[in-house]
Design a binder for this molecule. Structure first.
Ligand code: 4FV
Length: 239
């Protein structure tokens, strides 16, 4: 998978892209990330990339010309151009899995009050938001998207690991335990020490249903539930 990033702050990508799982994915060539400095396409001797909003108002707007100069070459080689923006479609596990299937992504990081609308309309294929709050820039959202997508690329992490993810199953993940068996008087549930894989699987499914029912009942509508699941949910909601 190839990812290009257009940003005014390339330095924000240095450390995250050479750290841990994502860093190893780039080292192993499973994912490539090229970061492009929008300032390099700035206008005039001050290489300006922004200007005042027509019609007045606070803040500055990113000009279309530097954006076009940075994005056109990526569109020409077939990149799907994604703008990170609060007005975009919400990033979900489903959208991350869809984008993980795209060979070449170009992520555009907004700054200031955003982009000139003509750039958004003519240079951008999709808009993605990581949540209903406003950040100072699109760089952290771009890193969130890179992390969410890259870990789904085959070989980056064990498939079993992301297939049992929260949301991949449509439910929140079950509680996890590791050594020691006893911690400050709190014990590991005996079923997890039993070796009965079917019992363990049933316990984990019930705990996923319980946590989802308590914290994200909205997810249950879309979740693919068996009759056994519905029986357990009835029991849990009566408890
Ligand atoms: C954002 C978000 C976000 C808006 C103005 C950058 C900022 C500034 N991007 N999900 N939430 N972007 O707040 O994606 O240009």
């Amino acid at each position: 998978m190839r990812i290009d990033v257009v940003t005014l702050f390339p330095e924000l990508f240095e450390v995250p892209l050479r750290t841990s799982i994502i860093g190893r994915a780039l080292e192993r060539g499973l994912v490539s990330v090229d970061v492009h400095d929008l300032r390099a396409h700035g206008l005039g001797r001050h290489r300006s990339v922004d200007d005042y909003p027509y019609g007045g108002g606070a803040g500055m707007i990113l000009r279309p010309e530097p954006l076009a100069a940075a994005i056109d070459p990526l569109r020409e080689v077939g990149a799907l151009v994604v703008l990170l923006d609060p007005a975009g479609e919400r990033l979900t596990d489903r959208l991350a899995r869809e984008l993980a299937g795209v060979a070449h992504l170009a992520l555009v990081c907004g700054r200031y009050e955003g982009l000139d609308e003509r750039a958004r309309g003519s240079l951008v294929d999709r808009e993605v938001s990581i949540g209903d709050y406003v950040l100072t820039g699109g760089e952290l959202p771009a890193l969130v998207l890179i992390d969410a997508v890259a870990r789904l690329v085959p070989g980056v992490i064990e498939a079993e690991s992301h297939e049992s993810d929260s949301f991949a199953t449509g439910l929140l993940e079950h509680p996890q335990y590791t050594r020691p068996e006893s911690f400050r008087g709190m014990e590991v549930p005996a079923v997890l020490l039993s070796g009965h894989h079917a019992e363990v699987a049933r316990w984990r499914r019930r705990e996923s249903l319980r946590r989802t029912l308590l914290r994200r009942p909205d997810l249950l509508q879309a979740a693919d539930l068996s009759d056994e699941d519905r029986r357990m949910l009835d029991e849990l909601s009566r408890a």
